[in-house]
Design a protein around this ligand. Structure first.
Ligand SMILES: Nc1ncnc2c1ncn2[C@@H]1O[C@H](COP(=O)(O)OP(=O)(O)OP(=O)(O)O)[C@@H](O)[C@H]1O
Length: 418
């Protein structure tokens, strides 16, 4: 027996009312009346009609005249009822970035991995990237994803790849990008030239510190710039959704402000390079050292990528930071501070996941009953919090098994991302 949608599709050649299937998704039937015409030979009865989203329909009535049957669909649902959060996240083929972050251990990786699986199962070629130096994507997918390379994840319908950034590798890359003149660091090179004094005089540039002990958070900024480098290559064009599993709050906040810091630091190196370029060119003929012309270019490229990262973080069209929390006073307080910092940094944030909520039960033990009250207090706190109350709350239950592997992530994802 044909359903309404298949009937509509098969009648799409009707000249009076060409219809697309999407018009009958719950998303499309918003507070309006649709009239659909059929040829007189099409018999419409209640048994041929299946409604995609019953709560969205006020009435369906079939009218007949000599020439046509007409189906009237009255819909009164409000947009909030009909456009689900996930509908909004999944719609469109333009690439979107989702960054999931929050306090340590609240379930960032599980939520990020489940979102990636959900996107892939909804037709989006997806990349999930961990920028947390203490990776747990491999554990979450129950698959070895180490090595700093893209690894295909088996199971989802559309391609899903995962990447755990290797911080040591990225750090090395930064060091080599910061090196000049034949592979030696600036200071070594200058020492070799007997010009160490000059470097000391330029000590205020804190060059040695930058090269030898990169500041905290640098790993992450480099990791992100590496992701961008990956994305610049055509082979990564296929990904329409990119999900970041970020490090706990403190690191992530540093990550958000680091592009500015790095931009300035690289600027200092470039300035220094300009200062010494005349000296090096004067002595290079004496020492026979060829200056590599692309050193400054490398730094400039690194700097450009930092600017790209900064822009990516703030682009409301393509980027969204999803805060993950658990219903405890400490986690909610930290989430509130994170939300305020994100706002300050102009990073778009709309949704808050409250993970590990006790599922409903009619017979709580004493422990569960106390825990449940505690969770309710934390939820009230979220509703009253000036930073968090405006965010869309998405609830995830505490499940009775560890979430590992694609089927478990799919299960969790179907619950959270609705
Ligand atoms: N809703 C849930 N129900 C049951 N277990 C959960 C749930 N969410 C997360 N967990 C479990 O909690 C542990 C921590 O989760 P996860 O690794 O996703 O957190 P995280 O915030 O990424 O941690 P970290 O900050 O250490 O990276 C894991 O064992 C995971 O399986």
């Amino acid at each position: 027996m044909a359903t309404l949608s298949s009937s509509l599709l098969s009648s799409s050649s009707s000249s009076s009312s060409p219809l697309r299937k999407s018009q009958f998704s719950s998303k499309a039937l918003v507070s309006r009346i649709d009239y659909i015409s059929f040829s007189p030979r099409t018999t419409l009865s209640s048994s041929t009609i299946s409604v995609v989203s019953p709560p969205a329909i006020l009435s369906l009535s079939v009218k007949h005249n000599r020439h046509r049957n007409s189906l009237q669909v009255k819909s009164v649902a409000s947009p909030a009822e009909t456009v689900s959060e996930f509908d909004e996240m999944v719609s469109g083929t333009k690439r979107k970035y989702y960054m999931l972050g929050g306090k340590g251990g609240v379930g960032k990786t599980s939520c990020a991995a489940s979102l990636a699986v959900r996107f892939a199962n909804n037709g989006h070629p997806t990349l999930v990237v961990s920028t947390d130096p203490a990776h747990s994507l491999s554990d979450s997918f129950a698959q070895d994803l180490t090595g700093g390379m893209l690894v295909p994840v088996e199971g989802p319908e559309a391609p899903l790849f995962a990447l755990e950034i290797n911080p040591e590798k990225a750090r090395e890359e930064f060091r080599s990008a910061s090196q000049m003149n034949g592979g030696t660091g600036v200071k070594d090179f200058m020492d070799g030239m007997g010009l160490g004094m000059l470097v000391e005089q330029l000590g205020e540039l804190k060059l040695g510190e930058l090269l030898d002990t990169p500041p905290p958070g640098l790993d992450e900024a480099i990791a992100i710039s590496k992701v961008i480098q990956f994305l610049e290559s055509p082979e990564y064009n296929m990904f329409t959704r990119i999900v970041f599993d970020t490090a706990p709050t403190g690191h992530t906040l540093r990550l958000l402000s680091l592009p500015d810091f790095l931009d300035a630091s690289i600027g200092k190196i470039l300035k220094l390079r300009q200062k010494i370029s005349s000296a090096t060119s004067a002595i290079k003929s004496v020492f026979g050292k060829e200056e590599k012309p692309d050193a400054a270019d490398k730094l400039e490229r690194l700097r450009e990528r930092m600017v790209k990262v900064r822009e990516l973080f703030r682009d409301t069209e393509s980027t969204e930071f999803v805060i993950v929390t658990i219903p405890t006073v400490m986690a909610v307080s930290e989430s509130s501070r994170l939300s305020a910092s994100l706002k300050k940094e102009s990073v778009p944030v709309k949704r808050l996941i409250v993970n590990q909520l006790l599922p409903p039960s009619s017979s709580d033990c004493k422990f569960c009953s106390i825990k449940r009250k505690d969770q309710m207090r934390a939820l009230d706190m979220i509703r009253e919090d000036s930073e968090l109350s405006s965010l869309t709350l998405m609830e995830a239950p505490l499940v009775d098994m560890e979430i590992r592997g694609v089927p478990a992530l799919r299960f969790l994802g179907d619950i959270i991302w609705k």
